[in-house]
Design a binder for this molecule. Sequence first.
Ligand code: G3D
Ligand code: MG
Length: 182
Amino acid sequence: MSSSYDFLFKIVVLGEGAVGKTAVVTRFSHGFFRTDYKTTIGSQFAVKNIDITDNSGSRYTVKLQIWDVAGQSRFQILRPMYYRGSSGGILVYDVTRRRTFIVLEEWLRELEKAIGKQIPLVLVANKTDLPDRVIEPSEGRKFADEHGMPYLESSAKTGEGIVDIFEELAKTLVDKRSQSEV
Ligand code: G3D
Ligand code: MG
């Protein structure tokens, strides 16, 4: 039954406008890629179950409530309220636009300020299908290492790497939660 689950987590998707946040979430939750996304106004969320195996080999169904938050600066005042209650986050940049990589620190600060603590995050280098890539994997990996998060590459267009993003985060959240319950 798709409605039953073992864990429910709210996760937020962060990053500059047009890095592909909505495309990544849509690809994962509905399995398709569209080129006519309307710019996300304020925020919207998708819900999807995912099956994972935790560190001890147990299988769990995790329900993810994925908040796709508007990246444009005019929504900055609204965003903190969407961040609250998040268990984890996905930090996205566009490998063809350096600016989206440079501002990652700002996104981290905004999130931490809003929720007052650090939560598990995954760094996502999106649009790897495009030929005009300017941010090499080594740069992304370095940033991820420095901030203690996994580095993953994706293309919402081809679907490559998309499921891995959510699996990685869901698994981390389940492992973290089981730890804190011991
Ligand atoms: P956002 O939600 O972060 O603002 P969107 O970004 O998901 O709205 O995507 C912004 C644009 O990038 C969209 O193009 C979308 O189709 C495109 N895009 C998103 N992910 C990828 C990807 O992995 N590969 C490629 N090639 N394009 C991607 P349009 O033209 O519709 O504005
Ligand atoms: Mg969007």
